[in-house]
Design a protein around this ligand. Structure first.
Ligand code: PLP
Length: 391
């Protein structure tokens, strides 16, 4: 694996060596139950709370406002279902973008199927960005007075890299008495985020997207926003999530958060240098390697590209054989060669959606490896187009 070129950080990031070390140390030495009162338990509790402080510091929130979860999906489910179930009058109204991740989309579909929520789409452009100029008018026209209303917005898009104008959306939502929830899973570790200042009322994050372990994430809820917990059991996580905590994972997440806080400015420079190599290449390529220009603001390490008319699944397989990992669609549909449903829903043509692939640079990235990637792309450009297996 070591010689491979991993360009799929939005699916997952390789855990930092410091994270691996901390996880192993907790598994080997500090395996106590954080709820126990003896020395082992107290040591474990101290590690748990130290990790919460690290994550909270990265997000600009108080540690008491965070609960640890099993990842982004659980944090999203907890906020959305918990908020709906804490309302006295149902159904609620939920506005979402067309580009939501399946973790949000399928949670909302479930709530709608029970008759607990009415779901509508926010006005967005073809890259999934909420059109704030139209938002106030749109919400006034389409919402129902006194109906509890929530906006669920993917803060940083996993496929297009679009960043939302979070502050503007929050201002409009609050002026109309609405709540704003952010799926911030792809934002953290790529662009600085200060949740307390963002105006949002809740946000989900996931450790494996920023160098932490898989299967651990966190939910932030602004004080005063009422959401019920989903996992009933012991009093862990301030009675909002029962169950003994995943201490190795949480400690690993804390270490990753500390590394992000320290190193993000350096990574941003590395990503900028790598991006400029891609752009130079495109300028010289004659219709072969093409980047999709997603307007800023966007993630600095996420790019959509195509190679001539090659189907995306064929390129993915060819690059994989050459030792390069890229992707298309969201990671949840991996193993299944499918056109990106999200791009289609955003309004991309079928031809584009079938040809676009994504590269997403990981942290601690050496921009020079992009030259190797481009050499491989050159070789592919010379080959005749093969038919893909797209459905
Ligand atoms: N939201 C977005 C935007 C994502 O990209 C992902 C993961 O791909 C998730 C939510 C789900 O996070 P997790 O894998 O931690 O459940």
């Amino acid at each position: 694996m070591s010689n491979r070129l991993y360009l799929d950080a939005n699916a997952t990031t390789p855990p930092f060596p410091e994270v691996r070390e901390a996880v192993l140390q907790v598994l080997g030495e500090e395996w106590g139950n954080p709820s126990s009162l003896h020395t082992e338990g107290r040591k474990a509790r101290a590690r748990l709370e130290a990790a919460r402080e690290e994550v909270a510091a990265l997000l600009g929130v108080a540690a008491s406002q965070l609960i640890f979860t099993s990842g982004g999906t659980e944090a999203i489910n907890t906020f959305l279902k918990g908020w709906v179930l804490s309302q006295t009058s149902l159904p609620v109204r939920i506005f979402r973008t067309r580009g939501e991740h399946p973790a949000v989309e399928n949670t909302l579909e479930f709530l709608a199927s029970r008759g607990w929520a009415e779901i509508s789409f926010l006005p967005t452009d073809r890259y999934g960005r909420v059109m704030v100029e139209e938002l106030r008018e749109f919400l006034i026209r389409t919402s129902i007075p006194y109906q509890p209303t929530l906006l669920s917005v993917i803060a940083a898009h996993n496929e297009t890299g679009t960043l939302q104008p979070v502050r503007e959306i929050a201002e409009i939502a609050h002026s109309l008495g609405m709540v704003l929830f952010l799926d911030a899973v792809q934002w953290v570790g790529k662009v600085p985020l200060h949740l307390s200042h963002s105006g949002a009322d809740g946000a989900a994050i996931s450790a494996h997207k920023f160098g932490g372990p898989k299967g651990v994430g966190a939910l932030w809820v602004r004080p005063g926003v009422i959401t019920q917990g989903l996992l009933h059991g012991g009093p862990q996580e301030r009675r909002r999530r029962g169950g003994t905590e995943n201490l190795p994972g949480i400690v690993g997440m804390g270490v990753a958060a500390r590394i992000v806080a320290r190193e993000l400015p350096q990574w941003s420079e590395e990503w900028k240098a790598a991006a400029s190599l891609l752009e130079q290449e495109e300028a010289q390529s004659e219709g072969g390697f093409t980047l999709l220009r997603v307007p800023p603001p966007r993630l600095p390490q996420t790019f959509l590209f195509r190679i001539g008319d090659w189907p995306a699944d064929v390129i993915l397989a060819r690059l994989d054989l050459e030792g390069v990992a890229v992707s298309f669609g969201s990671a949840c549909s991996s193993g299944v060669a499918r056109t990106s449903q999200v791009l289609l829903r955003l309004g991309f043509s079928t031809a584009d959606a079938q040809r676009l692939l994504r590269i997403s640079f990981p942290p601690r990235f050496n921009p020079k490896v992009i030259r190797e990637f481009l050499q491989i792309v050159h070789r592919l450009e010379q080959e005749p187009v093969h038919e893909g297996a797209l459905c």
